[in-house]
Write a protein that binds this ligand. Structure first.
Ligand code: SF4
Ligand code: SF4
Length: 138
């Protein structure tokens, strides 16, 4: 689940005139080469079976309230999204907005398995807000 909670309403898209984008997901074509992991400015990429934390690579610590109002413990280990292949945490992926012009994981992946996730659609403004939330001092 995307904790930042944006619901995609395609019927309202043109009316709202929002620029929508999709989070990145790693498909099962992944060969576990590890090239993408160090490139992520949000530490949103983890090796399969590894736990993840909101605090990893961000300024978050302790109890924090996400932009959707949910309260989480940034220090708490979270269940891996995949046990088999590298995975991306949607809550931490900003499509590299605020850092780079394009998703760095997709740029370095040798088998092009970092692709847009049609189930996680966010506006550019929401992605930038997420980036500022995780990195308020950058
Ligand atoms: Fe990380 Fe950028 Fe890839 Fe998202 S698109 S997982 S922020 S490298
Ligand atoms: Fe998998 Fe591509 Fe990342 Fe390598 S760069 S671990 S193939 S997603």
């Amino acid at each position: 689940m995307n904790g930042f909670g944006f619901i995609f309403a395609s019927a309202n898209l043109s009316k709202l005139k929002r620029k929508n984008a999709m989070a990145i997901i790693i498909t099962d074509e992944c060969i576990n080469c590890g090239a993408c992991e160090p490139e992520c400015p949000n530490t949103a990429i983890y090796e399969g079976a590894d736990d993840w934390r909101y605090k990893d690579g961000t300024s978050l610590e302790g109890s924090v309230v996400l932009t959707n109002g949910n309260e989480v413990d940034a220090d708490e280990a979270q269940e891996p999204v995949s046990d088999e292949i590298y995975y991306i945490v949607p809550d931490k992926c900003t499509e590299c907005k605020g850092f780079h012009d394009e998703p760095q994981c997709a740029a370095v992946c040798p088998v092009d398995c970092c692709i847009p996730d049609e189930d996680v659609v966010e506006t550019e403004e929401e992605l930038l807000a997420k980036q500022r939330f995780m990195h308020p001092d950058d």
